[in-house]
Design a protein around this ligand. Structure first.
Ligand SMILES: NC(=O)c1ccc[n+]([C@@H]2O[C@H](COP(=O)([O-])OP(=O)(O)OC[C@H]3O[C@@H](n4cnc5c(N)ncnc54)[C@H](O)[C@@H]3O)[C@@H](O)[C@H]2O)c1
Ligand SMILES: O=P(O)(O)OC[C@@H](O)[C@@H](O)[C@H](O)[C@H](O)CO
Length: 395
C-alpha cells in the first residue's frame, strides 16, 4: 500500500511515517515549506530517533518529497494511494482542504477517483470537519461533491506521541533527523473510514471514538501548556524540568483536578478513565527521557488562546460544570505574558498586549466578554503572577 503524508514536520516525517513504515506502507511527503522539501530530497534519508530507546530508531531511505503547491503531483500520488495523513497544524485545515479539493478535481478529470481516506493528525477541535468543509467548498458543483462523499472518508486520529527536536542540537549531523517518544499507538475514528479497514499494527481503527480527541487535547495539551507557560516565566528550558519544579508541580496537580472535574461533569467522560488518562499525562510530562523544550509546547500562543483551544476551552467547560478553574486561569494569565523572540506569533502577542492590552486580547482572540467569570478569573491570575513575582507590572 502507498500513503501520502501532508506536512513533513515532527509528527509527519517522525511518528506517522514510523508507524506506516512498520506496516510496510510506502510513503511520499508533501510540505508547504520549500526548504523542507529541498532538504528531504537532498538528504534522501534520515533517522527517526526514539527518545530514551535509541536502539528502536528507524532509518528512512529513498525519501520523496514534493511541494504542496504541486497540485498535479498531488493528484498523481493520490491516484496511487489509499490513505492520506495530514500533520500540518489544525489552523491550516482550510488551506490543506482547498489543496486537496483542487487535486480531487484533477482526479475527477482523469477518471481516477477511487476509494481513499484522509486522516487528520492534528491537535485541533474537529479537524476532520474543518478539512472536509474546505474540500467540499473547493468542489463547487454538487456532482463532484457527491462523488467525493461517496469515495473519500475524512477521519481523525489522536496523536498521543510527542515528536520533538534533537536533545542536543550541537550533535545533529542530518538536519532531517527527528525524535519521537517511545509510544507506538495511533487511534483513528473507524466510523468515518470508507472501504476496507487496513489491518495494521499500532494504527488502530476504533469504534466509539467519540470525544477522544477533545479529551486528549483538554487533558494532555492543557496540562503541558500550563507547564510550559509557567516554566517560561520561571526561565526553565525543558518541559520535564518545569513539570518537576517545586513551584510548578503543585500547580500541575491542581490543573489536573480542575480538568478532571470539568471533563467528567462537562463531557460525561467516565471518571475512572479520566483519572487514568490524567495520571498517564502527568507521568509523560514529568518523564526526563522525553527531552522537549517549553518553547515548542508554548509555540503559537495566539492559537492556544483561542476560544476552543486548550486553555479557554476547558476553562469555560469547568465553569459550566460548577468548578472554579483558578489554576487553568493562572496558566492562561501566564500564556498572555508569554515571550519568545524566535516565535513570530509570540512576538505578535507581545505587541498586542503592549499596544492594545489584555482586555482586547481576551475579547478578540479568546472571545470572552469583559464581565464574564472566565475573564475575572484570568485577571485574578494576572494579579497572582505579579504577587508571585513571575511577571512585573505590565511586562
Ligand atoms: N509534535 C508533537 O508532539 C505533536 C503531538 C501531537 C499532535 N501534534 C500535532 O501535529 C500537527 C503537526 O505538528 P508538528 O509538531 O509535526 O509540527 P511541525 O511544525 O514540526 O510540522 C508541520 C509541518 O507542516 C507543514 N505545513 C504547514 N502548512 C501546510 C500545508 N498547508 N500543507 C502542507 N504542509 C504544511 C510545515 O511546513 C511543517 O513542515 C499539529 O497539528 C500538532 O498540533 C504534534
Ligand atoms: O503541537 P501544538 O503546538 O498544538 O502543541 C504543542 C504540544 O502540546 C503538542 O505538540 C504535544 O507535545 C502533543 O500533543 C503530544 O501530547
Amino acid at each position: 500500500m502507498k500513503a501520502i503524508i501532508l506536512g513533513a514536520g515532527r509528527i509527519g516525517r517522525g511518528f506517522v511515517c514510523e508507524l506506516l513504515l512498520s506496516n510496510h506502507v510506502e510513503v511520499v511527503f508533501f510540505d508547504a515549506s520549500d526548504d523542507m522539501v529541498k532538504a528531504l530530497n537532498e538528504k534522501k534519508e534520515y533517522t527517526i530517533h526514539v527518545l530514551g530507546n535509541e536502539e528502536l530508531s528507524t532509518k528512512v531511505e529513498n525519501v520523496k518529497a514534493y511541494s504542496i503547491h504541486d497540485i498535479e503531483q498531488l493528484a498523481t500520488s493520490w491516484e496511487e494511494s489509499d490513505m492520506i495523513f495530514t500533520a500540518c497544524g489544525g489552523k491550516n485545515m482550510p488551506a490543506v482542504g482547498e489543496t486537496l479539493g483542487k487535486a480531487f478535481r484533477l482526479l475527477l478529470e482523469k477518471g481516477a477517483v477511487h476509494t481513499s481516506n484522509i486522516i487528520t493528525c492534528e491537535n485541533w477541535i474537529d479537524p476532520a470537519t474543518d478539512l472536509k468543509t474546505a474540500i467540499l467548498e473547493t468542489l463547487n458543483d454538487e456532482e463532484s461533491k457527491d462523488v467525493f462523499e461517496k469515495n473519500t472518508g475524512v477521519s481523525e486520529s489522536v496523536i498521543l506521541c510527542t515528536g520533538t527536536g534533537a536533545p542536543d542540537p550541537s550533535k545533529v549531523v542530518n538536519e532531517m533527523d527527528t525524535w519521537v517518544q517511545n509510544l507506538w499507538y495511533l487511534p483513528v475514528d473507524k466510523s468515518r473510514i470508507l472501504g476496507d479497514i487496513p489491518q495494521w499494527n499500532h494504527i488502530q481503527f476504533i469504534d466509539n471514538f467519540g470525544n477522544l480527541l477533545k479529551q486528549k487535547i483538554y487533558t494532555n495539551n492543557t496540562s503541558v501548556a500550563s507547564v510550559a507557560f509557567f516554566g517560561r516565566l520561571r526561565g526553565i528550558r525543558r518541559v520535564a524540568d518545569a513539570a518537576n519544579h517545586p513551584d510548578i508541580e503543585p500547580l500541575l496537580d491542581k490543573v489536573y483536578e480542575e480538568i478532571n472535574t470539568a471533563l467528567i461533569n462537562g463531557m460525561g467522560i467516565d471518571e475512572k478513565s479520566q483519572l487514568e488518562f490524567s495520571k498517564n499525562a502527568k507521568a509523560k510530562y514529568t518523564d526526563y527521557n522525553i527531552v522537549d523544550d517549553v518553547t515548542r509546547i508554548a509555540r503559537d500562543p495566539i492559537r492556544k488562546l483561542g476560544p476552543e483551544d486548550r486553555l479557554i476551552g476547558p476553562l469555560k467547560m469547568a465553569l459550566k460544570a460548577g468548578v472554579q478553574p483558578k489554576t487553568i486561569a493562572l496558566a492562561t494569565a501566564a500564556a498572555l505574558y508569554y515571550q519568545d523572540p524566535e516565535d513570530a506569533d509570540a512576538n505578535k502577542l507581545v505587541e498586542l498586549r503592549k499596544e492594545k492590552g489584555i482586555d482586547y486580547i481576551l475579547a478578540t482572540i479568546s472571545k470572552l466578554e469583559k464581565d464574564e467569570e472566565a475573564t475575572k478569573l484570568i485577571k485574578e491570575g494576572i494579579e497572582e503572577l505579579k504577587q508571585r513575582g513571575w511577571i512585573e507590572g505590565d511586562a
